[in-house]
Design a protein around this ligand. Structure first.
Ligand code: AMP
Length: 283
């Protein structure tokens, strides 16, 4: 695996590979890698000549400075995991390289429409502007044929679909399934901040989504929402930030199951100060 710390050097190298006809798959991450991230690398490997992964803890997408500070950064272990996974190129840029000339203070503003202030965007002001800024910059550096994103961050996928479409890129987005712990909890870099008891009880989030998928036709959306929230909040120290049923296309919430052909249940739960996201296609 070749490691680049400078965006320009990575770009030069990748341009050369592209000129010689190699297809490029790209997996952007914030590190603290787990099997979920590695499943994206594996899929990218199967579908491209060259796999590029980036690790960049993006300050622009953290609205809580404490969360940014506490974000795990086990870089040596990440390098080892990516090497073992057969990743070809690792991009490890500095903040200055991604946001040159005080760029962090003058972020580009994207017109993300309702996605910006809805659900995850409402709870984390500025978060999706930060995500759009960093991914736009990373796409300019890597210029991949295929971009691998996890369904785990469903709203983020919607934002990045918008970004790719509105910046005129030909990059194809590949959405990858959510990898889960044995008990069903969605894998996340933040899970290591949960103690054993919380780790065990957090499976109730997954179980609630499964219940929603199996029984949605028996209830109105608002009734099912209340049942799921109550179930999740039976975990001590858990509070549901949101649990919504959304049209997978428009990402607007539905008031009636007939409102959309495909519906996803999305939730964010604070458990002992740790933010856990999950979602499931229910229709
Ligand atoms: P992050 O490092 O959290 O920014 O995640 C990097 C990429 O990995 C994003 O596209 C995530 O959606 C994806 N990802 C995170 N957790 C999982 C998971 N449990 N299963 C599959 N993909 C995931």
């Amino acid at each position: 695996m070749i490691l680049f710390r400078k965006a320009a050097a990575a770009s030069d190298f990748l341009n050369g590979r592209r000129m010689s006809g190699k297809s490029i798959g790209f997996v952007p991450t914030m590190g603290a890698l787990h099997a979920g991230h590695l499943s994206l690398v594996e899929k990218a490997k199967a579908e491209n000549n060259l796999v590029v992964c980036s690790i960049f803890v993006n300050p622009a997408q953290f609205n809580d400075p404490g969360d940014l500070e506490r974000y795990p950064r086990p870089i040596e272990r990440d390098i080892e995991l990516l090497t073992l996974a057969g990743c070809d190129v690792l991009l490890l840029p500095s903040v200055e390289d991604i946001y040159p000339r005080e760029g962090l203070l003058h972020l580009h503003r994207y017109d993300l429409g309702h996605l910006e202030h809805f659900l995850e965007g409402r709870s984390r002001p500025g978060h999706f502007q930060g995500v759009a800024n960093v991914v736009d910059r990373l796409l300019s550096i890597v210029n991949p044929d295929n971009l691998y994103l996890g369904q785990k961050d469903f709203q983020q996928v919607k934002v990045l679909e918008w970004l790719v479409a509105h910046t005129g890129r030909s990059t194809h987005i590949v959405i990858c399934p959510i990898l889960r712990e044995e008990n069903g909890l969605a894998m996340s870099s933040r899970n290591i901040r949960l103690d054993a008891s919380n780790l065990e009880k957090a499976c109730i989030i997954f179980q609630s989504l499964q219940f929603a998928a199996a029984n949605y036709q028996l209830y109105a959306p608002s009734e099912l929402q209340a049942i799921c929230i109550k179930h999740i909040e039976s975990i001590p120290n858990a509070s549901v930030d949101y649990l919504e049923f959304c049209d997978t296309g428009s990402f607007q919430s539905v008031n009636d199951w007939r409102d959309a052909e495909h519906i996803v249940a999305v939730t964010a739960v604070m458990l002992s100060g740790v933010r856990l996201l999950d979602n499931m296609l229910i229709k």
